[in-house]
Design a protein around this ligand. Sequence first.
Ligand SMILES: Cc1cc2nc3c(=O)[nH]c(=O)nc-3n(C[C@H](O)[C@H](O)[C@H](O)COP(=O)(O)OP(=O)(O)OC[C@H]3O[C@@H](n4cnc5c(N)ncnc54)[C@H](O)[C@@H]3O)c2cc1C
Length: 395
Amino acid sequence: MTLKSHYDVVIIGGAAMGSSTAFFLAMNPDFDGSVLLVERDTSFKHCSTALSVAGVRNQFSKAVNIQLSQFAAQFFKEIPGILGELGESYDPGFHENGYLYLANRQNAHVLRENHVVQEAQGADIHLLDAEAIARKFPFFHLDDIEIGAFGASGEGWYDAFGLMQAFRRAARVKGVESVEDEVVSLQRDGQRISQVVLKSGATVSAGRVVNASGRHAGLIAEMAGTTVPIEPRKRSVFIIDCRADLGQPLPLTIDPTGVFCRSEGKLFITGGTPVVDGRSDFDDFEIDYSEFDEIVWPALAHRIPAFEAIKLVDAWAGQYEYNALDQNAVIGPHTEIENFYFIAGFSGHGVQQCAAAGRGMSEMITYGEYRTIDLHELGYERIVRGEPFTEKNVI
Ligand SMILES: Cc1cc2nc3c(=O)[nH]c(=O)nc-3n(C[C@H](O)[C@H](O)[C@H](O)COP(=O)(O)OP(=O)(O)OC[C@H]3O[C@@H](n4cnc5c(N)ncnc54)[C@H](O)[C@@H]3O)c2cc1C
């Protein structure tokens, strides 16, 4: 396609965050600018959005994270109608089966503390003692468990890749232009980014530039002459089959070891945090099967005795766009480069927050302020100060 020489907004990265930002800008009647969405690989095969586990939970320790994720469940009800008016369709496929965090005596206090914050936000989270967990989910081994926190509504998993595609289609219908190309350089004019240079050789001038490049956000920041501590961190995901029937869907259960598991149709999806969790190579998608043998399977077999006899049927590796400061998103304007914005670094909880985050970004661009959820705590200022905004419930 032939690009214009200037766009009011250039968004770098067209997956969950970029497409959501484009969608909410395009849908906002108060925004009448031009938008270019630049995506270097429209197969999306290596982006975090395509390789995620697509969970949605309200069980965070920070109110703003709860609010961002709460919007997802509300939005799932609205989006089919919005798309229908544009001649498009999308079914979020929201499996509202909940999250179940399990805690032993040492970490039970964290669930209790988080529950106070969650209740204040109206989240439908219930603290259960071991007996109550056993009544509800009789397949668990619970001798070492003190309490659990279960999300009775508003939590589960959905079709995240489908939402991204729906955002892209709807944005296109509303006039957003998209190009498959790679941003290779950003030119500065004082405290502004003036030109966005693409690998094809094309150059466009930009009123505002949005860094929605996921695990590449640190590289894009460097192109702009600044830094953000977002880096790739590999996560292996395993699909298992278990002959025994649990009798009901397994909520997305998080064991005190950090291993998670949930139903995926008749199968189960599981994974954990690597013992040595450091920066990965950008293109390292090799599955670490030793994680399954040494961390995941022992934890699963301990927690659900029926899982002693399971078969590994599939696996993949994806990469978190990991904010090494505090494992939370960086959203909003840069502190010095006037027209440079971040929406990146969601560190394992982005597909549930993309709708609210993209809406917030569109508000900041259109009005210069947040009009729905106040996202200032997730702003770039804390990066400059080196002050973590620490989320206790990370997976
Ligand atoms: C294994 C795994 C499990 C996860 N599970 C969950 C979960 O259960 N729940 C949840 O909410 N989140 C989960 N996440 C996290 C979630 O997937 C991410 O937070 C979210 O997808 C981030 O979206 P993004 O658009 O920022 O990044 P990405 O999806 O990575 O997209 C960034 C895009 O930018 C493009 N790009 C990069 N550089 C350039 C450039 N120079 N020029 C043009 N384009 C560029 C890339 O090609 C890519 O398409 C998981 C992630 C992984 C890896």
